[in-house]
Design a protein around this ligand. Structure first.
Ligand code: SAM
Length: 212
């Protein structure tokens, strides 16, 4: 279903500057309409964020593509995602052949993501907890992708990143953030690049924003 719409979306994303063919292929295979509420399905292939309930969103496809391209994951790598939401970004990472670990703090979203992972046979490890402190049990990770906006870079996540690994995280105020692309060179040396003007819902937790 929606195959034509999905391919048109991929063309749009390409025009906006996404060049990584593996990312484009993964996004042309994963059916975004299965990750949004029924009443939103007809909008699933517009390049916009959509509401998924509880004040949360499934990220804009271009943003998913940009973050995944910046992460540049390789098959077999261990990737930690913070902010499972609909499960779409995790599904893209799984499609790219990585071992995906994902954390969601909202139990309703967590449970519906588990259902879709099960239905689509996506073997993704998920837990419901505060992801701002990471998932120590399976650390270190080759990549960490945070899909909610944080006031700073959580130290626990930096510690759980492998040497040579990369973390993508939106950092800023509650409405606008820059995407930080952080490569861990060694325990105390990091290379950081930044891409401005992204907008994510807040990362709420011990190393994120305090609950209002
Ligand atoms: N990656 C998601 C997708 O593909 O649909 C989009 C995520 S949405 C923009 C951000 C998610 O982060 C929300 O579902 C929110 O509940 C979750 N979140 C916020 N703070 C969190 C935290 N400390 N730990 C885990 N999840 C968190």
């Amino acid at each position: 279903m929606y195959e034509t719409e999905r391919l048109l979306l991929i063309e749009q994303i390409k025009k906006k500057g996404i060049t990584n063919q593996n990312v484009l292929d993964a996004m042309s295979k994963v059916e975004r309409h299965l990750f949004v509420p029924d009443i939103m399905q007809q909008h699933a292939y517009e390049d916009v964020a959509l509401p998924i309930g509880y004040g949360q969103t499934i990220s804009q496809p271009y943003t998913v593509a940009f973050m995944t391209q910046a992460l540049d994951p390789k098959p077999g790598q261990k990737i930690l995602e913070i902010g499972t939401g609909s499960g779409y970004q995790a599904a893209i990472l799984f499609q790219l052949g990585t071992k995906v670990f994902t954390i969601e703090r909202n139990d309703k979203l967590y449970n519906s993501a588990l259902k879709i992972f099960d239905k689509l046979n996506l073997r993704i490890a998920a837990r419901c907890s505060d992801g701002s402190i990471g998932w120590l049990e399976f650390a270190p990770y080759d990549g960490i992708i945070v899909t909610a906006g944080s006031p700073g870079v959580p130290q626990n996540l930096l510690k759980q990143l492998a040497a040579g690994g990369r973390m993508i995280i939106p950092v800023g105020d509650r409405t606008v953030q820059s995407l930080k692309i952080i490569t861990k060179i060694s325990d105390d040396e990091f290379d950081t690049k930044e891409a401005p003007y992204f907008a994510f819902v807040p990362l709420v937790g011990r190393e994120g924003w305090k609950e209002k």
